[in-house]
Each structure stands twice: as C-alpha cells, then as structure tokens.
Ligand binder design. Structure first.
Ligand code: NDP
Length: 453
C-alpha cells in the first residue's frame, strides 16, 4: 500500500469550505486528521500560529507544510501540484501528464453529451433534469463547489421547507439527487470554450480537455471586493467575504459589515452571535434589503447589537497579518456616496477601530471562460439569454450553449429562481440535443438564436 503524506485539516463548525476541503481529500482517497477549533482556544491559537497568523478555516497542512485555506488547496489541485505533493495519480482520471493534460500525450479528449459548468443550485437542478432525460451530464464544480448557497446559513424561503433548511444541506441533497439519476459531478474549472467547431472543445484550468455537444453555463457569480488599500493584504486576516465561514474567529470583536442588500443584512444579523457589536456600513440612505431583513436588523439595533452607519464608505483597512485588522478609515457625507465627493465641505473622513471587516457588496458573474466565444455578455459580464415566453428562454447566441442562474440573472438572484432556470436550461438543451445534428456542420451553421432587442 502506498504511504501518503500526513494531511492535517483545521476545521470549525458550520464551515462550508472546511467540508469542501475534506470532500476533496475524501475524493482522492487520502486520509487526514481534522482538528475542530470551535470552542477550543488553544487549538485555535495553534492553527493561527501554524497558518502564519491567518484566522480562517480550513487550514490544510501536508507533512507539516502549510498549504493554506480552501482557495489555495483547490488552486493547487487544479494545477496537479496537490496530487504531486500527495504522491498520487490524479483522482479525476486525467488521461495525460502529471497535470492531467489530455493533449500532447496522444490521448483523445473525453467526449460528453452535456457539460454543466457550475455546481450551485442552477447547475445541479439542470443536472437532475438532464440526467433524467438521458443526457448524461457532467457537472464541473468550479472553484466554489456548491455555489453561493453553501455560504449561507438558513434558507428560509425555499419552497417545501417550512422550517427552513441550511444552504449546504440543500446543495448536498440536490447533488445526491442528481447523482442518483446518473449525473457525474467532478472538480474542474473551465478556462476556455472553443465554439468554432462541433462538438465544442472545453479546456479546464488543470489542462484537461473535454469535447461536448452542449454546454449549460451555470457558473454563478463570485463575491465582489472593494479594491481599497489593505483589503488584499488582510484577506483572511480579518477581512472576509464570508461571515458564515469566518465570523466565529472574531469573537467579541467589533465588526464592520459593508453593504445594503440582503446579504449584508443577513450577515450582520448572523455576526451578532459572536461580535461585541456589528456596524452595518452602507454608502447611501436607502437599503436594497427586503423588509424581512430590515425588520430583523432593526430588532438587533434596538437591542444594541447592531449600529447602522448610512452614507458612509470604508476607504482603507489597516492592520497586519500577525495582529489582524486594527482599524479602518471611513468617509461620510449626508447625501451618500461620499467617495464621489472627496472635496465637498460636508465630507468627513475618520478612523474607526474594528477587529474584522466583512464585505457583502454583491457579486460578479463568472463568465471569463466565455469571452471570445459567440456568447453575448452584457457590460457587467452577465450572459444574455433569449428570455421571453415559450421554449428556448435559456439559449445564448451560440446554439448549444445555454445560461442559467446567477450568471444570467442580476435581478432576482434567488435560490428558487436559479433552480427554475436550471430546469429550463436542461429542457432547452434536451430539445437542442434531440433536434440539432450535433457534431455535424448544421448545428454550427444554425443562425444566432437571439435578436438584438
Ligand atoms: P445586492 O446587489 O442586492 O446588494 C449589494 C449592496 O452592496 C448594495 O447595497 C450596494 O449599494 C452595495 N455596494 C455595491 N458595491 C459597493 C461598493 N463598491 N461600495 C460600497 N457598497 C457597495 O447584493 P446581495 O449580495 O446583498 O444580494 C444579491 C441577491 O441575492 C439579491 O437578489 C438578494 O435578494 C439575494 N439574497 C437573498 C438572501 C435572502 O436571505 N433571501 C440573502 C442574500 C442574498 P447600493 O445599494 O448603493 O447599490
């Protein structure tokens, strides 16, 4: 039996990325030790020291060497370096070199009838329907397996769960359901799609190549950041885009949550479990958050757990990886959007002491891999689909490529609407696969599905 290196994973409770890290090693059949730092100060301090001051879980070590959190671990997996460190052949069945490249080594790319990019609620719903329609879907998980929902706490508005259901549980159930009907779910991030020939050629960031007759783009959206000084340097050291993941590490600290939408309100409410006090910082007077969340936050305001700072923006984050966040610089203006009025006499800048900063300022669609194809994107990078009434609503400008979920929808962005779009995309893809001469010239020559209006 091969001896694997010693893998250690520091985890905490309610930690979706910890589960992803464990799943990754489980998939590879690699044993690991876990240390749950929740409620164990000593273990937590040990993790922070070994992780060079980072206060976020998971933290993965291989033979005592720090790999990092989920982002670093999955990035290493993508390049094949993780498997090299573990001394194993690729778990994804890569049919080429150590980096899983399937070309250059003489092997043909693996062909799939349908690839679904993204394993959030839209992608998994598409997979359930596609598998039941015998379209043999391969779901490529992307770099945020399970999508946004794995980062939320309770989902209370998904129909059918009167008591609510946790985001990760809902996603796990959907994946199980898709797999039960024969869908394959694999790690993999699409880097490039070549739509100039049929079948499409789909290249992953780990070098693996597939061909596919149809593609459902359900690759969701990733958390936006502010691009302000200190943000990158302190990401993971007190700056976070995921309150559910990191909130517990800043127990008894004062915390800032930035944003005025549902996510900011939900995160601020969640963080009151740990924080000395939460400051909800929003750049203007009105909130986007729905009344439900506004009412819940108002209750916390009345209890003194949350303070709302309107018409205020954070412009700098200060601290160090060793000591975490010490304070932020903010600006305020009575009419909002203060950073747009730096020289106005009523604009005031001030320092504010906090121990952690959570960004909840929306998302950017993950569509980089579609640039250069005929799929039309809007100015923010969202996919333009046909929409309207009747069949074919999820068609893009490229016959055989469909869009569903947050990668299309900048407006509703709800779990249930994403699921609905995933279902529509699978039905549209099924119709395409039934009628188009996939692999032949006719599909390639089909006229664009969309009109310009
Ligand atoms: P939203 O786009 O709704 O809100 C983003 C917020 O961040 C806005 O208030 C925006 O301000 C602010 N913002 C954006 N950029 C900046 C910036 N550069 N500096 C300062 N502030 C900025 O995103 P959410 O992630 O909150 O929600 C997205 C979708 O997901 C929504 O449809 C929401 O309903 C849904 N959702 C639902 C939840 C639920 O429990 N039902 C939970 C979480 C999300 P401004 O308002 O001025 O533009």
């Amino acid at each position: 039996m091969t001896e694997h290196p010693h893998v250690e994973i520091y985890t905490k409770e309610d930690c979706p990325y910890c589960d992803k890290a464990k799943d990754l090693f489980d998939e590879k059949g690699v044993e690991y030790e876990t240390y749950n730092v929740t409620g164990d100060e000593e273990l937590f301090e040990e993790m922070v020291e070994r992780a060079n001051g980072r206060k976020t879980a998971p933290e993965v070590f291989i033979d005592d060497e720090l790999v990092g959190g989920w982002d670093e671990t999955s990035a290493l997996d993508e390049t094949g370096e993780l498997d090299e460190k573990l001394g194993i052949a690729r778990a994804d069945g890569g049919n080429g070199d150590a980096k899983g490249r399937s070309e250059g080594g003489g092997g043909d790319p693996e062909h799939r009838k349908l690839i679904v990019s993204g394993s959030g609620i839209a992608g998994l719903t598409a997979a359930i329907y596609a598998a039941r329609a015998n379209n043999d879907p391969l779901v490529l998980q992307g770099d945020e397996p399970g999508g946004q929902l794995t980062l939320t706490t309770e989902v209370e508005n998904y129909p059918g769960f009167p008591e609510g259901i946790s985001g990760p549980d809902l996603i796990n159930n959907m994946q199980e359901q898709a797999e039960r009907f024969g869908a394959d779910v694999e790690m993999g991030i699409i880097e490039d799609v070549d739509d100039t020939s049929r079948p499409f050629r789909v290249e992953l960031s780990n070098g693996k190549v597939f061909t596919t007759d149809a593609l459902i783009a359900a690759s969701g959206a990733s958390a936006r950041t502010l691009s302000i000084p200190g943000e990158d340097e302190l990401m993971g050291y007190g700056v976070s885009t995921c309150a559910t993941c990191d909130g517990a590490f800043f127990r008894d600290e004062e915390m800032v949550v930035i944003g005025g939408g549902d996510a900011a309100f939900e995160e601020a409410t969640f963080l009151t479990k740990f924080a000395e006090k939460v400051y909800l910082v929003h750049r203007r007077e009105e909130f986007r958050a729905e009344d439900y969340w506004q009412d819940r936050v108002q209750e916390k305001v009345e209890d003194g757990d949350i303070e709302i700072m309107k018409n205020t923006e954070v412009t700098e984050i200060h601290g160090s990886p060793e000591g975490g966040v010490s304070h932020v610089k903010m600006v305020t203006h009575p009419e909002g959007r203060p950073t747009e009025k730096p020289d106005h006499p009523e604009t005031e800048a001030f320092d504010f002491d906090v121990g952690a900063v959570f960004l909840a300022i929306g998302h950017t669609p993950n569509t980089g891999y579609l640039e250069g194809t005929g799929v039309r994107l809007d100015e923010d990078g969202y996919i333009r689909t046909a929409g309207g009434k009747g069949g074919g609503q999820t068609k893009t400008d490229v016959p055989g490529i469909f869009g569903a979920g947050d990668v299309v929808d900048y407006h509703y962005q709800q779990a249930v609407t994403a699921a609905g779009m995933g279902c529509k995309a699978a039905i549209d893809a099924d119709e395409y696969l039934e009628t188009a001469e996939v692999g032949g010239a006719s599909a390639a020559q089909e006229s664009a599905a969309l009109s310009d209006d």
